[in-house]
Design a protein around this ligand. Structure first.
Ligand SMILES: Cc1ncc(COP(=O)(O)O)c(C=O)c1O
Length: 474
């Protein structure tokens, strides 16, 4: 492994920038709309605008809200615009965070601390759907709050029939998503919140995906259930600006119904030799550029801009659903109502992961889901322009896999298939941990760097080891 050293002498700026440009050569081609997750890209002009806003405040730090009044103003205005959009009451309040995960982590910390302070809860649990974003499981682990899972119905919705029974005196919060990540289903928020309110337990809605698109879909006439602060019993909502808000990366929000709730999120250390310290969210230094870009994009787009983007997204989603329904062997999983969906195979001879490999071979970046297996898409306005081409490739991919069923035993299809179906989940976890940790060796861990060292890609190595292990066990 070659460890890269800091250059002895500094390099010319244009040379350095050219290197950065070249690094991206094998990244997903999101500019052409070929990426169905991770990126919410409109066009280069929009990127230039957000970059210009970012640049203005790239050195500014939101750590101390009293220092940069510009940033505090942006944060307050963003929170205020969102409180309005999500029908927050007069006392509604909130904080800008660096992303959906930070917002989710904060909700768990807030409600754990609140239950500890108000009710003396020492062994906290929270009731969350099995489809809750993985950030909630991360929060559970980080903050020592045991997740009590609500299972799925056969239709991939959250089964709330046992919700009331899952709540006990140690339950610190209940979670619903609008929509959930794996299938794009909006949880039955009103019914969940009614149970939460009856039992005196706070309820958070994870609208990291939906927060900046569902309201505009509703304004455009979509028949959606209510899920925001209009629902009594909903005490907080997370909504990401760097997803369907089309802001630059590093911007999400968490909103609370009132300050008494938000106070439990905050951290104050009055005796620190470094000075009296108070912080509203997880991070210390908070990137001013992200605040500025998010504020600027919200101003630039306005309600009519977001409505137009939501309309384009809806057209792409509808086209995708219709196209999938028209391909023999494929079916949409559950009843997605927002901008994202997943589809699987209802034909045991058709491996959906092999179909995913075929799509990748045709230049699409696809995401896979499991239990049940499927292909996932976070559809954006940009996809309206490529959905027809995508569906043609999907149809072709299905035909190729049908004609070559052995494809299920090669490529990523084999790896993911195996990982999903190995009964020893503890072993899968350990292997993934090994593999993942090794990606963080100094100087290694990317396909290019490993290839330079003559190493096989990590997944391939893991699979080879797994196959050998299976063979040894007979
Ligand atoms: C429902 C939901 N919540 C939370 C998150 C986490 O967001 P982030 O990736 O910005 O941390 C995601 C990400 O896709 C999500 O879909």
């Amino acid at each position: 492994m070659t460890r890269r050293k800091l250059p002895e002498t500094g390099r010319a700026e244009d040379e350095v920038l050219a290197d950065l440009q070249a690094f991206g050569a094998r990244d997903p081609d999101y500019r052409a709309g070929r990426t169905w997750s991770l990126v919410y890209h409109l066009d280069d002009a929009h990127d230039d605008f957000t970059a210009a806003a970012w640049r203005m405040y790239s050195s500014a730090n939101g750590l101390n809200p009293a220092a940069f009044s510009s940033l505090k103003r942006m944060e307050s205005e963003i929170v205020s615009m969102l409180a309005d959009l999500l029908h927050g009451p007069e006392e509604c309040c909130g904080v800008l965070t660096a992303g959906g995960t930070e917002s989710c982590l904060l909700a768990v910390k807030t409600y754990r601390d609140m239950a500890r302070k108000r009710r003396g809860v020492k062994r906290p649990n929270m009731v969350i759907p099995v489809t809750a974003h993985v950030a909630w499981f991360k929060a559970a682990e980080y903050f020592g709050v045991k997740p009590r899972l609500l299972p799925m119905t056969p239709d991939h919705a959250t089964d709330i029939s046992r919700l009331a029974r899952r709540i006990d005196r140690n339950t610190v919060m209940i979670l619903g998503s609008a929509p959930e990540y794996p299938h794009g289903t909006i949880d039955p928020i009103a019914r969940m919140a009614a149970v939460a309110a009856r039992r005196g337990v706070p309820m958070h809605v994870d609208a990291c995906v939906g927060g900046l698109i569902l309201p505009f879909m509703e304004m455009n006439g979509a028949d959606l259930p209510e899920w925001d602060f209009r629902v009594p019993g909903v005490t907080s909502i997370s909504a990401d600006l760097h997803k369907y808000g089309y802001a630059a990366k590093g911007a999400s929000t968490i909103l609370y119904r009132d300050l008494d709730l938000l106070k439990h999120q905050m951290f104050v250390h009055q005796d620190w030799p470094g000075g009296v310290f108070a912080s509203a969210a997880l991070l210390g230094t908070r990137p001013g550029g992200a605040y500025a870009a998010a504020w600027a994009v919200m101003q630039k787009l306005g309600v009519d801009g977001y409505r137009e983007l939501a309309a384009r997204t809806t057209r792409a989603v509808e086209a995708l659903k219709a196209g999938i329904a028209g391909i023999d062997g494929l079916r949409v999983l559950g009843r997605p109502q927002g901008p994202l969906l997943a589809w699987g195979s209802d034909d045991p001879r058709l491996s959906i992961f092999a179909v995913a490999d075929q799509l990748e071979a045709r230049g699409w970046a696809v995401n896979r889901v499991q239990n049940p297996d499927g292909i996932h898409a976070m559809v954006t306005a940009r996809h309206a322009e490529v959905v027809a081409e995508y569906l043609r490739d999907l149809e072709e991919a299905v035909a190729v896999v049908r004609a070559n069923p052995d494809l299920a035993r090669t490529g990523h299809a084999a790896t993911y298939g195996m990982m999903a179906h190995v009964p020893l989940r503890g072993m899968v976890k350990e292997r993934i941990l090994d593999m993942f940790a090794s990606m963080y060796r100094a100087g290694g861990g990317t396909l290019e760097l490993d290839a330079q060292e003559g190493e096989r890609p990590l997944l391939e190595r893991w699979m080879a080891r797994y196959v050998a292990w299976r063979a040894r066990r007979g």
